[in-house]
Design a protein around this ligand. Sequence first.
Ligand code: GDP
Ligand code: ZN
Length: 375
Amino acid sequence: MTGEGLETTDQLIGTVLAVQANFYRVQLDVEIGEMREMREMREQNPPDPPHPLPAPILLCTRRSRLKKIGQQVMVGDRVVVEEPDWAGGRGAIASVLPRQSQLDRPAIANVNQILLVFAVADPPLEPYQLSRFLVKAESTDIDVILCLNKCDLISKEQQAEIYHQLGNWGYQPIFISVGQGINIDEPADKLKDQITVIAGPSGVGKSSLINGLIPNANLRVGEISGKLARGRHTTRHVELFELPTGGLLADTPGFNQPDLDSPPEELASYFPEARQRLAVGSCRFSDCLHRDEPECIVRGEWERYQHYLDFLTEAIDRQTHQNQQADPESTLKVKSKGKGQTQYEPKLESKKYRRSSRRTQLQELQHLYQESEES
Ligand code: GDP
Ligand code: ZN
């Protein structure tokens, strides 16, 4: 170890911000407080000429032992770094700490929350689209924060109406206006010291919000500086960006229609309204899909029940299609009702439905990104 004053630390722990070829950019936990002070000082007193802050970031290789045991290192991973060469800015990743969560595409570990951004107008807030995004986010099992931007375009009364409506869905949206600088502190506070992935359709103001949250993006290290600030990704690789208040943020490109690919029997659990109903009672059949089964506690007069039914049809169609590809005989198990509708046969479901693992659930969000990359 060449770093003086750092020998006292037992282990050097850091977070992988980016993977570049065979190198991992690791932000170390040490010196972070000190860095923040320096940054604050700089904000008041920008250096002339401007030059980057000395960052506790090391470009690391992965120990061959990790390769041998097949241990992947992902963006977001908490890692133990050995043999830091402070002068050269290099190190080696010796081990990976257990992951709290894992999204597969984009490959990010330890994401704590999804910041879902929609606009209340321009583009108009479409309940069905919002519902899709919410269900998709819920399926990852990661906390969702819902921000409704462009609140400057509607009245307080309209805001109250939307707030009430989404309250019935089980959400408390935060109204903001990035353009007018209204209420930005609230989402900013929630991002503090968390790893957050931002998502939402295009045109709602995600880039504007990110620029507001990371005003000094150009102060960040190296070749990637400013990429996030421009809000346009030209490459596919994922990257975590440091928020000035602490915490890390990953951007995703805009896309308008996330693909829902949850197993049909899990769909209800992604609706808070359905969860609430299932918390106080139960359906007659434990494998109830809450459509027309007798004594169903979920079916009823809640606003998004129709969304649920639509998404369910989609989920069943998807699964039927997948099963047909995997097993040509399974066509016998599905009755066509005509008009492209499919009659699903509940009797067969226990055989056909695979319980999806938590990992699969976490993979769900990947499609958010997949589609945007394709578009
Ligand atoms: P993105 O596609 O989600 O990244 O959205 P952008 O950040 O590119 O913003 C889309 C458009 O919305 C831009 O023309 C912004 O100037 C505008 N915009 C962003 N925030 C607000 C806001 O709070 N109010 C209004 N009226 N317009 C906004
Ligand atoms: Zn039911």
